[in-house]
Design a binder for this molecule. Structure first.
Ligand code: 1PR
Length: 526
C-alpha cells in the first residue's frame, strides 16, 4: 500500500492511476496521523512552492512529514515534492521549505524557453535501484520553471542539462525525489515507480558514464472532439476548421481509443480540444470529463485539454469561474488546460486598460496550478497587406505573396473556432498572454489546418521570437519532412498534428524515425 500526500492543489489522479496500473493500492492521506502510519509515502507536488508550503502548514502536515523523513522511511517526492525537501525557494521568498536537504530552489537562468517543458535525459550520479532496467538514453517528462541547488553533492542522485546542468533527482537513504514526473514518463516512468514500490526485487544499478542530456522536440497528437449530429462524441477533423463533409461532421474515431493508440505509438503528449466548448458549458458536458478520466487510466504521457475554459453562468444563475472549470479538468487527469477564445478577450481587455486585474482565467489558473499548466491556443488567419503601414498590427514580410502579389501579412486572431475575426494579431496575443502568466502557446493556423501543406513556418518564427515560453507548431503537417522543416527552420519546442495521425497516413513512429539522428527526439519503449 502506497500512501499519497495530496494537499489538494493539482492533478494527483495521474500518479494514482500510474501506481494502480502496477497493481499497487493507493491510500490518500487526509489526516496528519496517516503520514506517521504510512509504509511508503509518495508526495507529488503541483503548483507553486509558497502555496504548497502554506497548505501543508495549515493542514498540520509539516512536522509529521519532517519526522517521517528524519526517520529515513521510504519516500518518493515528485516535482514540487522534491523542491519541498529543501530549505528555501526563490519562488516564495521568506517561506521555509521542509529543510531536510540543505540547499535552495532557484529559477532557471537560461537563454532558453522557461518553463523547461518536455522529455529530457538524466545522468545518474549514484547507484540506486530506482533506475534498474532503465535504458541509458531514456528520457523523462519535465515541466518546471525552478530547480533545486543542493549544497551537498552526496545528496545528488541525477542531473539533467537545460542550458546548464541542474539537479534533477536527489537521494538520501530511503528518501528519493525526482524533478521529472515518472507518472507522465511512459514505460520508463512506470519502471521507476515500480522500482520504488518493489526495491528489493533487484540489485541497484551502477551509474552509466553519460555526462550530458538533451531536451527532445515533442511530437504531439491532437484530437478535436465534438458531438456529431447523432449525439456521439467523436474525434473530428477540420479542413481549415470546417469539420463537415457533405453536411455531416467527419468521424475519425473514438477519443479514448485514439488517445490510447497514440500513447502506444510513442506520442510525447496528447491534446484534446473540445471544439464546441465555446458554446457549451464543460461542466455540463460530462463526456469530456469522462474521456479524460478514462484516458488518464491507461495513458502515461501529459494530457492537455481545451475548449470552454472561461467564467460561466449556468441556467439557474449559478456562476462558475474558469478556475473551477479548470480544477475539474485537473482533478479528472489533465496536466494542462488550454484557453482559446477567452484568451483573446482577456488580451483585448488588458490592452484597452493596460491593467492586469489578477482576475482573468489566465492569471487565476496560473496562480494556483503554475504557469506551466496554462496553454494558450491561438487560431490565427493570414491577412495580406501591401505595406507595413497599412495596419496597426504586427506585420511580417512574407515569401508567400498574397493573391494580388502582396508581400506583407499579419495574423488575425479569431474566437469561437475561427468563426469571428478580431482586431488583434497573434504575435501581440502571445506576448500579452505570456505577461499574464501563460506557460505555453499552441499555435494553430486556420489557413494550413487540414491542408497537409506543411506548417506556416513564417508564423511560427514570428511568434516564437516574440515570447520566451515554449511554442507548439500546429496545423498543416502532411508528411514527416514537414516536422523536420519546422524544427530546422525555427526554434519551436514541439510540433502537433491531427489528420495524418488519425487517417494513419503518417504514423507517429514514422515521424520519429525520419527525425532520428537529425533532431533530438524521444524514442519510446512502451
Ligand atoms: O475557444 O477556449 O473554447 O477553445 C476551443 C478550442 O477548439 C480552441 O483550441 C480551437 O483551436 C479549437 N477549435 C475550435 N474549432 C475548431 C475547428 O477545427 N473547427 N480546432 C477547433 C482547432 C486545430 C488544431 C488541429 C491542427 C492540426 N483545431 O487543433 O488539430 O490544426 O490539424 P492538422 O494536422 O490536421 O492540420 P475555446
Amino acid at each position: 500500500m502506497i500512501s499519497l500526500l495530496d494537499y489538494g492543489a493539482g492533478n494527483v489522479r495521474s500518479v494514482i492511476n500510474a501506481i494502480e496500473s502496477l497493481g499497487e493500492t493507493v491510500k490518500i492521506v487526509d489526516r496528519m496521523e496517516e503520514i506517521r502510519d504510512a509504509e511508503k509515502l509518495v508526495f507529488p507536488g503541483v503548483g507553486a512552492f509558497g502555496n504548497m508550503m502554506r497548505i501543508l502548514d495549515e493542514k498540520g502536515y509539516v512536522e509529521p512529514l519532517r519526522s517521517y523523513l528524519l526517520e529515513d522511511r521510504p519516500f518518493l517526492g515528485i516535482c514540487l515534492g522534491l523542491q519541498a525537501l529543501f530549505d528555501t525557494s526563490d519562488e516564495a521568498p521568506g517561506q521555509k521549505g521542509l529543510g531536510i536537504i540543505r540547499g535552495k530552489v532557484v529559477r532557471f537562468d537560461v537563454d532558453l524557453a522557461v518553463p523547461h517543458i518536455g522529455w529530457n535525459g538524466i545522468c545518474i550520479k549514484q547507484s540506486s535501484s530506482l533506475f534498474n532496467g532503465i535504458r541509458d538514453d531514456e528520457k523523462f517528462y519535465f515541466v518546471h520553471s525552478y530547480h533545486v541547488v543542493a549544497d551537498n553533492d552526496a545528496d545528488v542522485l541525477t542531473t539533467t542539462d537545460y542550458g546548464y546542468p541542474f539537479v534533477s533527482g536527489i537521494r538520501r537513504g530511503n528518501i528519493v525525489a525526482t524533478q521529472f514526473h515518472p507518472e507522465k514518463s511512459g514505460g520508463a516512468g512506470l519502471a521507476v515507480l515500480k522500482n520504488f514500490i518493489e526495491p528489493e526485487s533487484t540489485e541497484p544499478a551502477s551509474p552509466p558514464e553519460k555526462t550530458k542530456t538533451c531536451l527532445a522536440k515533442r511530437i504531439i497528437a491532437c484530437l478535436d472532439v465534438r458531438t456529431n449530429d447523432q449525439g456521439d462524441l467523436v474525434v473530428t477533423k477540420g479542413d481549415q476548421y470546417d469539420v463537415r463533409e457533405k453536411g455531416d461532421v467527419r468521424n475519425l474515431g473514438k477519443p479514448v481509443q485514439l488517445a490510447e493508440r497514440y500513447f502506444k505509438e510513442g506520442a510525447d503528449e496528447i491534446t484534446f480540444l473540445n471544439i464546441t466548448g465555446f458554446r457549451d458549458f464543460p461542466l455540463e458536458d460530462m463526456p469530456m470529463i469522462q474521456v479524460l478520466r478514462k484516458t488518464s487510466r491507461n495513458v502515461f504521457v501529459p494530457l492537455t485539454i481545451g475548449g470552454g475554459i472561461r467564467d460561466y453562468t449556468d441556467k439557474t444563475g449559478k456562476r462558475y469561474t474558469a478556475l473551477e472549470v479548470a480544477a475539474e479538468y485537473f482533478r479528472s487527469g489533465a496536466d494542462k488546460i488550454s484557453i482559446g477564445s477567452d484568451a483573446v478577450l482577456i488580451a483585448e481587455a488588458y490592452l484597452k486598460t493596460g491593467v492586469a486585474t489578477g482576475e482573468s482565467a489566465i492569471e487565476q489558473i496560473s496562480r494556483v496550478y503554475g504557469n506551466q499548466a496554462v496553454v494558450i491556443s491561438i487560431d490565427p488567419k493570414r491577412v495580406y497587406v501591401n505595406a507595413r503601414e497599412d495596419v496597426k498590427h504586427r506585420v511580417i514580410q512574407t515569401e508567400l505573396p498574397g493573391p494580388s502579389g502582396e508581400r506583407y501579412c499579419w495574423y488575425q486572431t479569431t474566437i469561437r473556432g475561427g468563426r469571428e475575426g478580431r482586431d488583434l494579431d497573434a504575435i501581440t496575443l502571445a506576448e500579452v498572454c505570456e505577461k499574464l502568466g501563460a506557460g505555453e502557446i499552441l499555435l494553430n493556423c486556420i489557413d494550413r489546418d487540414g491542408t497537409n501543406s506543411g506548417f506556416d513556418v513564417e508564423l511560427v518564427k514570428a511568434v516564437k521570437a516574440a515570447v520566451s515560453i515554449p511554442v507548439i507548431a500546429s496545423s498543416g503537417a502532411g508528411n514527416a519532412d514537414h516536422f523536420l522543416e519546422v524544427f530546422s527552420k525555427t526554434d519551436v519546442e514541439s510540433a502537433l498534428a491531427a489528420g495524418i495521425f488519425h487517417r494513419r497516413e503518417v504514423p507517429i513512429p514514422d515521424v520519429k524515425s525520419h527525425l532520428d539522428g537529425k533532431v533530438e527526439i524521444r524514442n519510446p519503449v512502451q
